[in-house]
Design a protein around this ligand. Structure first.
Ligand SMILES: [Zn+2]
Length: 286
């Protein structure tokens, strides 16, 4: 995945559940930095093994797309994904807003991963680090950790540097939390998704682009929920409380997840999400 459509790809993403690593370390009385370093080292070794296996398969003629030149094995990243950053910081009693302790925490973790990305880099193998979108994995991590007895405060781990449900943060705070101080070591990127109630004017959008530049946020999207009427099927690009067509109030909302419009009522059901994605893909091909 690359910011702004840069044509770099990832051949394999292996994700570290930071919340679990840090709670585990603290529970065992180990400095979390030491424990995390062991895990990060291990993740790199697993990625290298995966890469060796790919090369082996290519030698055996099992990767026709690679042989045809569509994918260049040595130009594809091995990606270290991170999830549960916010939850790990919360566990350590760090406030999730722009403050020195939080900056230090984020830089420590992402800096460690970057150090290992460089350490394991060769002329044939490249690593990057990405805060993965985690629509599904965020839910799984929360579920698994809860079952294993760890402290879990929400059903889906955040995919951002801020808490999605925290209404005290405004748009500018969010740009700052995805700005240069935080994303510096995030070589594989992480998109800031700004969920807005309504479309802004041209001037307002322009102003936000200036904020992004100032804060050093290089990858973001705007998201405005569309209204869909469950009774008559009317879809409106605004966020409404009443259907403009039949005046009904049996409404649902559509929002964009990656490239797809999704009903908000389906949000917490990962399996339905998947089915829905396939459905939209088919429609767009007609
Ligand atoms: Zn209607």
């Amino acid at each position: 995945m690359g910011a702004g459509g840069v044509s770099t790809g990832s051949k394999s993403v292996l994700t570290v559940n930071l919340n679990r690593c840090i709670q585990h370390a603290v529970g065992k009385g180990i400095l979390f930095q030491f424990y995390l370093e062991e895990i990060v080292d291990l993740v790199h070794k697993v990625q290298l093994a995966y890469n060796e296996n790919l090369k082996y398969m290519q030698q055996k003629g099992m990767l026709p797309l690679f042989d045809a030149g569509y994918i260049n094995l040595s130009r594809q990243y091995l990606t270290i994904g991170v999830n549960g950053m916010v939850e790990a910081a919360e566990f350590l009693g760090i406030e999730i807003n722009d403050n020195p302790r939080y900056v230090e925490f984020v830089r420590q973790i992402l800096g460690l991963i970057e150090r290992y990305n460089k350490k394991y880099r060769t002329k044939d193998v490249m690593f990057n680090c990405e805060m993965i979108p985690a629509e599904n994995v965020g839910v799984k991590h929360a579920k698994w950790d809860k079952r294993a007895g760890y402290i879990v405060k929400r059903n889906c781990y955040n995919s951002y540097f801020y808490i999605v449900e925290d209404n005290s943060l405004n748009i500018i705070d969010k740009f700052r939390l995805h700005g240069r101080k935080y994303i510096e070591h995030l070589t594989g990127g992480s998109a800031l998704h700004l969920n807005l109630e309504e479309h802004l004017s041209k001037e307002q959008y322009k102003q936000l682009l200036c904020v992004a530049t100032q804060e050093g946020c290089n990858y973001f999207t705007f998201n405005i929920p569309n209204t869909v009427c469950n009774d008559c099927g009317h879809i409106d690009k605004r966020n409404l409380k009443e259907c403009p067509s039949c005046k009904g109030r049996n409404l649902d909302y559509l929002t964009r997840i990656i490239g797809y419009m999704k009903r908000v009522s389906n949000f917490s059901q990962p399996r339905q999400e998947e089915a829905e994605r396939r459905y939209y893909a088919t429609v767009s091909q007609l």
